[in-house]
Design a protein around this ligand. Structure first.
Ligand SMILES: C[S@@+](CC[C@H](N)C(=O)[O-])C[C@H]1O[C@@H](n2cnc3c(N)ncnc32)[C@H](O)[C@@H]1O
Length: 261
């Protein structure tokens, strides 16, 4: 292909969204690249309380695509928005177990939810987690989005700890703050039992989740945390937790020829 032609295609790629959409569609039709299974996110909302927000779902989707967990456990199914998002990102041989206590959610799973064989609903409370629920396997990714009560999450974490894989990632939802400049009008129906103002502009909508994360920080020094919060957007907030680990290094380093790798 002449350089000028390649340069023209690069310019179209970088400057035109329509070009990327059309070319991407054609290339997918011709089987040149895999379609990322992201269409579901068009139906997820940003201004929502309960389910994961669209951008949070996109972020969690990417984390799962990156680390390719074999076994995912979720606490809190509700309508299945987070569970469905996980399934879209998971490999064919992965499994997802979701704990839920609300009988209405059980009916939704039976009548509405995907029949994906990788998914299993566990009709029990998260704090009753037992390794036999998941066939005594290790959990690679764990999502806390069930109860918002710190004490229950604390007990659940203690119960689930021996089942976590050494490099397991734990995500806790609703750890952020609502920023009034980002969303000046909050619906009255969003009043949470455990909410409180930190300042005139910042509302902790689930103080129990923040307390839970602080508990992990104080009680388990072997774990490190990173928060995905923003005051520039209406955000429910996620915190990711993983055991601290220094990275193994080769005994000696040197420049290698490509063919030696
Ligand atoms: C915030 S919603 C979950 C939203 C869901 N993860 C999503 O993003 O679509 C919380 C759910 O947790 C469930 N729940 C509350 N307490 C629980 C417990 N102790 N064990 C398991 N599920 C619980 C509630 O019934 C509710 O459906």
């Amino acid at each position: 292909m002449p350089t000028s032609y390649k340069s023209f295609l690069r310019r179209c790629f970088f400057r035109s969204r329509r070009f990327r959409q059309t070319a991407g569609f054609l290339l997918r039709c011709l089987g040149y690249h895999r379609n990322l299974d992201l269409e579901h996110l068009a139906f997820y909302r940003e201004e929502v309380l309960g389910p994961v927000q669209r951008d949070e779902a996109l972020f969690l989707f990417s984390v799962l695509q990156l680390v390719k967990p074999r076994l995912v456990v979720e606490f809190g199914f509700l309508y299945g928005m987070s569970a469905f998002n996980f399934l879209r990102a998971l490999a064919k041989d992965a499994r997802l177990f979701s704990y839920e206590v609300d009988p209405a959610a059980f009916l939704r799973v039976r009548d509405e939810f995907t029949r994906d064989p990788r998914f299993q609903l566990l009709k029990k409370s998260q704090q009753d987690f037992h390794p036999s629920d998941i066939g005594f396997q290790s959990i690679d990714f764990l999502f806390f989005d069930g109860t918002h009560e710190c004490e229950i999450n604390r007990d659940t974490f203690r119960a689930v700890l021996p089942s976590l894989a050494p490099q397991a990632i734990v995500a806790v939802h609703d750890t952020g703050l609502w920023s009034l400049p980002a969303k000046p009008v909050l619906p009255a129906s969003w009043a949470t039992q455990d909410g409180g103002w930190l300042s005139a502009d910042l509302f902790a909508h689930q103080a129990g989740e923040r307390k839970f994360v602080n508990h992990i920080l104080e009680t388990y020094p072997e774990f490190s945390l990173i928060h995905f919060h923003s005051e520039r957007a209406f955000r429910n907030g996620l915190t990711l937790i993983q055991k601290k680990e220094s990275l193994a290094l080769p005994k000696e380093t040197r420049l290698v020829q490509a063919r030696e790798l």
